[in-house]
Design a protein around this ligand. Structure first.
Ligand SMILES: [Zn+2]
Length: 236
């Protein structure tokens, strides 16, 4: 049985054009469709095996409608938006280790389609998440040869562009790197400085922490590297 989670819903395979126009986060091209969907809850109906499944889209924020109940109220243009990013890469010999756009000397690096910059990838995902957009893998798919070996600064620039286009600026960012080796401290300021440059942000709002994984699991055994990031975006 189809389930609607709000009092306003419609049945469709694509969002109506008017929905896109009224979406508070309006991006060009494919992102328009994705941003509209990202604000919707989708459930499928399987009540009949003889008919194709019906997609019921329950509007929670992107549809502008007469506010009859709290659940059907149109989306608010929020003064703040929070986003979280996480990324992990396998470490293999024969690859450079690039963190935050800085080449760090090590006996191994990240095996990835792009340059495998775990920190920039998770910062990008945090910004995209705050904007209610799809994740980095959907916007820059690793099946696209265009991104093979790409510097992750390209993804950062696009995320920052989307942030400004949506009318937001960085409030602050807090990132945590997790790796057993090498020590990050000698490179921390270079990484943070490059992050500030890519974000166009003051150093006082960009924080970087690093920790080991206590020699346990792949992270602690120098077989992988991970990062978490939280961002706060502020309406300009
Ligand atoms: Zn990544």
């Amino acid at each position: 049985m189809a389930m609607a989670t709000a009092s306003l819903y419609y049945t469709a395979s694509l969002p109506k054009k008017s929905l896109l126009k009224q979406s508070p986060l309006h991006f060009p091209g494919a992102c328009v469709v994705r941003s509209a969907f990202s604000s919707l809850k989708i459930t499928t109906s399987s009540s009949s095996s003889s008919s194709p499944p019906t997609v019921v889209v329950a509007a929670t924020s992107a549809v502008e409608a007469e506010p009859q109940t709290a659940a059907a109220a149109p989306a608010k243009v929020l003064p703040f938006r929070v986003g979280h990013g996480f990324d992990l890469h396998r470490l293999e010999p024969g690859y450079p280790l690039i963190i935050g756009g800085i080449n760090i000397p090590h006996d191994r690096g990240c095996e990835a389609h792009s340059d495998g910059d775990v920190l920039l990838h998770c910062v990008v995902d945090a910004i995209l998440g705050a904007l209610g957009l799809p994740d980095i893998g959907q916007i820059f798919p690793d099946t696209d040869p265009k991104w093979k070996g790409a510097a992750s600064s390209v993804f950062m620039k696009e995320a920052v562009r989307l942030m400004h286009e949506a009318g937001y600026e960085l409030g602050n960012l807090d990132a945590t790197l997790i790796l057993q080796r090498p020590k990050v401290s000698p490179h921390k300021e270079a990484i943070r400085s490059n992050l500030c440059k890519l974000l166009g942000a003051d150093p006082s709002v960009v924080n970087l922490k690093a920790k080991t994984h206590e020699k346990v699991d792949s992270l602690g055994e120098n077989r992988s590297i991970a990062a978490h990031t939280v961002v706060l975006l502020m309406r300009k």
